[in-house]
Design a protein around this ligand. Structure first.
Ligand code: OSB
Ligand code: MG
Length: 377
């Protein structure tokens, strides 16, 4: 088969509120979407990159450049297998250096295209025979706040909505002083923290993190630098709280190395960070074999990335609630219909209809559009 066209949509979406991590504050998201078509079938994917290189060096613009100049020409020219289109794409680009978010966005679109043409759900393609769940428990990620009462309200609201786990962003100086009053007020709730590499330049990161060890946190996510897998091993050896790696895991070999040296006990899987869903699922399988639980991270995705995350997170080793909140957590109007919603028990239902499972609203995309182009041979 041939892919007839690849389209890029660069949109800017206002967020319902600011989201602050140790690397900065986001109030609106630049999102790069990919639409792939072949005959009547279309598929959608999303790059996890933002407009600003904070979490990742990639941006919507670098994704545009990589896809327009390098990926699209290959995708449009190549003769692809009808079955296994997306995995063939993943293999074709597996040796390319970096730009995981750009590569992932196109791969996602091809997974949906393949599902459409085969008349199956995205979930069943990702599962490829593995067991899946029809609904999954989800958690919420809350940004750093100056005012404790604002944070406490957000936690209250999250628990009320049923979220199964609360993740709080921390940074040096805003850790124990936040977690201690949260434990006092909310008791034994399922609680974890994410440092987004914020402790990398601390003179004694172990001392800072040891101070959190008594609060029965589910995990401490990514305290040290993205390129410092090794530095986490001596920390993990001294901490009772499991370390979870996010930014440090860019591929299967990173995951294997982190597990080998016991740098972490849990891994956060973001397909966009890893370069695609096929690579992400390979890490899922490796972690299952090595008895390391994984959970699905988020990049403040629009509904398109959110639905991909949901389908992937229904695989069996996604054993902990992920950052898979409802559309309305971030967006006044999502670009899918219906939006992703959370039920009273804190679960989200994974679509099992053909393709992505929810409708993509192109008029909403048009309403937020910065740039659009269609690439054909
Ligand atoms: O580290 O997990 C992270 C958002 C943007 C960049 C990095 C991260 C996050 C989140 C929010 O924690 C996850 C989400 O709900 O999408
Ligand atoms: Mg993280």
């Amino acid at each position: 088969m041939h892919v007839d066209a690849l389209e890029l949509f660069w949109i800017k979406m206002p967020m319902v509120g600011p989201f602050t991590t140790s690397f900065g504050t986001t109030t609106e998201r630049d999102i790069l979407l990919v639409k792939a078509s072949a005959g009547e079938a279309v598929g959608w994917g999303e790059s996890g990159a933002d407009g600003v290189p904070m979490y990742s060096y990639e941006t919507a613009r670098t994704g545009w450049h990589i896809i327009e100049d390098f990926i699209a020409p290959v995708v449009l020219q190549e003769e692809w297998p009808e079955q296994g289109l997306a995995t063939a794409y993943a293999e074709r680009f597996a040796g390319w250096r970096w730009h995981p978010m750009a590569r992932c966005a196109v791969e996602e679109a091809l997974w949906v295209l393949e599902a459409q043409r085969a008349g199956v759900s995205l979930q069943s393609l990702y599962a490829d025979g593995r067991a899946t769940r029809g609904r999954i428990p989800v958690g919420i990620s809350l940004g750093i706040q100056d005012d404790f009462e604002v944070l406490a309200d957000q936690i209250d609201h999250g628990l009320e909505q049923g979220y199964q786990r609360i993740k709080l962003k921390i940074e040096p100086g805003k850790d124990v002083s936040v977690i201690e009053p949260v434990r006092q007020r909310f008791g034994d709730i399922p609680l974890m923290v994410d440092a987004n590499c914020g402790y990398r330049d601390e003179p004694d990161p172990l001392a800072s993190l040891k101070a959190l060890d008594g609060f029965k946190l589910l995990m401490i996510e990514q305290p040290l630098a993205h390129d410092d897998v090794d530095g986490h091993a001596p920390l993990q050896a001294e901490l009772e709280t499991p370390i979870c790696l996010d930014e440090s895991i860019h591929g299967l070999h990173h995951a294997a190395h982190a597990i080998d040296i016991e740098a972490c006990r849990i891994i956060n899987i973001k397909a966009s960070r890893i370069g695609g869903r096929a690579a992400a699922i390979a890490i899922h399988d490796l972690c299952a074999a090595r008895h390391i639980p994984v959970w699905c991270g988020g990049m403040l995705e629009s509904g398109i990335g959110r639905l991909h995350n949901l389908a992937m997170a229904s695989l069996p080793n996604f054993r902990m609630p992920g950052d898979l909140s409802a559309s309305q957590r971030y967006w006044k109007q999502d670009i899918i219909e219906p939006p992703v919603t959370i039920d009273a028990e804190g679960h989200v239902t994974v679509p099992n209809t053909v393709g992505l499972g929810h409708e993509v609203l192109e008029e909403r995309i048009a309403g937020n559009l910065l740039r659009h182009e269609k690439f054909k041979l």
